[in-house]
Design a binder for this molecule. Structure first.
Ligand SMILES: Cc1cc2nc3c(=O)[nH]c(=O)nc-3n(C[C@H](O)[C@H](O)[C@H](O)COP(=O)(O)O)c2cc1C
Length: 184
């Protein structure tokens, strides 16, 4: 199997990180991989906010969980009430990926960038985890202001990055089969 395929297959969502910060050069490489994703109409309609302020990361986790705890969907409320849970798994770097609202396909484009970024991180043995639950925080206009995202951009997702704590074995979630039809 070639290196690209190996990296794609070995990437896992990492939920335990070492506290040590990753290098700026590694973050630049990860973002560069993101901006080489395909985009509708080549609009490249994204904006990346790199957060390494632990206080802000912890605040975003706490505030999101507070909002989640009021949710009527039980599994979400349960995560919100779980005192041990950190929304960003205590990762030292969180990148918020925002999309230009009036672009052709911003959510798809940002998602393509995120996948590239996570695969690039894995190629450098850096752990990552895509965080969708942060949407509860993003729904709060006043909270989003704290992130200084430019006018016209909407935050879609956050992604955690950090060196993996390898004392935890990460299981490979089984992939569904019977999901392909060939029409020849
Ligand atoms: C859109 C999206 C949102 C996700 N949100 C979260 C999240 O909020 N928290 C989390 O720990 N993992 C989150 N994940 C990670 C998935 O749980 C994970 O990708 C899935 O279980 C498969 O595991 P793998 O990434 O190790 O292959 C998200 C993934 C995607 C694509």
């Amino acid at each position: 199997m070639n290196e690209v395929l190996k990296t794609i297959k070995s990437r896992r969502s990492i939920r335990k990180y070492l506290p040590q910060q990753i290098r700026d050069s590694e973050i630049n490489t990860i973002i560069e991989a993101g901006i080489y994703a395909a985009t509708g109409h080549n609009e490249q309609p994204w904006y990346f906010t790199v957060i390494q302020d632990k206080e802000l990361i912890d605040y975003m986790s706490q505030r999101t969980k507070e909002l989640m705890s009021n949710e009527s969907i039980e599994w979400i409320a349960r995560i919100g009430r779980n005192e041990k849970r950190h929304l960003f798994h205590h990762a030292p770097t969180v990148i918020v990926v925002s999309g230009k609202q009036n672009a052709y396909s911003p959510l798809t484009d940002c998602s393509a960038a995120i996948q590239n970024m996570m695969v690039a991180a894995e190629s450098m043995d850096i752990g990552s985890c895509w965080i969708g639950l942060v949407s509860y925080f993003f729904e709060q206009e006043e909270e989003v202001k704290k992130l200084n995202i430019p006018e016209g951009y909407k935050p879609f997702y956050a992604v955690c990055f950090g060196y993996k704590d390898t004392s935890i074995k990460v299981a490979v979630p089984e992939r569904k089969t019977d999901i392909v039809n060939y029409i020849k």
